[in-house]
Design a protein around this ligand. Sequence first.
Ligand SMILES: [Fe+2]
Length: 370
Amino acid sequence: MKPIQLFDPASSTFTYLLFDEVSRDALIIDPVDEQIERDLSELRTYGLKLLWAVETHAHADHITSAGQLAEHAGARTAAPAGCGITTAAVQIEDGDTLSFGGEEIRALHTPGHTAGSMCYLWRNHVFTGDTLLIDGCGRTDFQSGSAEALYRSITQVLFALPDATSVWPGHDYQGRTHTTLGAEKTGNARVAGKTLPEFVAIMDALHLPRPKRIDEAVPANLSSGIRHDAGGGPLLEARPVPGYAGDVSPQLAYKWWLSGEAVLIDVRSDAEREWVGFIPDALPLAWKQWPGMATNGAFDEGLRTSVPKGKKVVMLCRSGVRSIAAAKRATELGIEAYNILEGFEGDPDERAHRGRKGGWRFHGLPWRQG
Ligand SMILES: [Fe+2]
């Protein structure tokens, strides 16, 4: 069995799709933002259910689509614990496994390209990210990189695996697709037959240009590829509205919530919080519930018991529509209630994808996947 290897020409990045032939459960490694339509179509073509979107590290040269795949394909996001990708549902430690159907990958912590970088072993295949490339290796001169650590990771962790293990790298710039550990052990120009000081000298002498997209890509990748708002000042004051206290921007709601001025209430359904993501410590109180979206009979009681007297509430839903209904109801119950504009995910864009045009998550406010 072989992985499906996909290529993004703009960044020369390989993405890998693995699946269990019986259950059709799948796992994707290092998916690329611009290629999400291709990847969704691959899943449809093969009839796969994507369980995991996994990163080898926080990339500097492209933006991950992991957050989008969580939303559109129902995947859970997983990232190495040492990479600072705080939105990932699972923080992977060395030796951890992720299962999909009867298959699994095992994480190997291989610091060097970045301190948190990991490789993943599946059957007799290893996915090496930017740790080991074909006749090369990832750079070590930024993002917590270390040539000494990379040498140890390649020679002691990867080269300890059987020589016949297939190596599937994170990039190739010369049209090659894969190699084997045996071939790299004897032929890799940077490491084969080299001592640690020789390797460090080679890495020191590279003087590579700074990656074009690093300032954009790294911050985005630390939140599973959901981009933060670049421009447009946030609404700094509440906007009064008939029927409830007013509309507020996600940023202002966050400020009020942080200072203890307001209670943050997430009125989405349990399924939405589970699937799309939730805000740690926000009060979950559904306005409507799946299936059928019947109004939650316990909504009024939930408000009464959880909102202290005299405190205002800010209501959050998916895109700022349901939260208006909830804010109106809270107002009828005598509570100073505000609606959070744009909700958690914002309005859909021209391709009907949410999360790219506004909302709590888009603005970089805290959230994580369930
Ligand atoms: Fe990288």
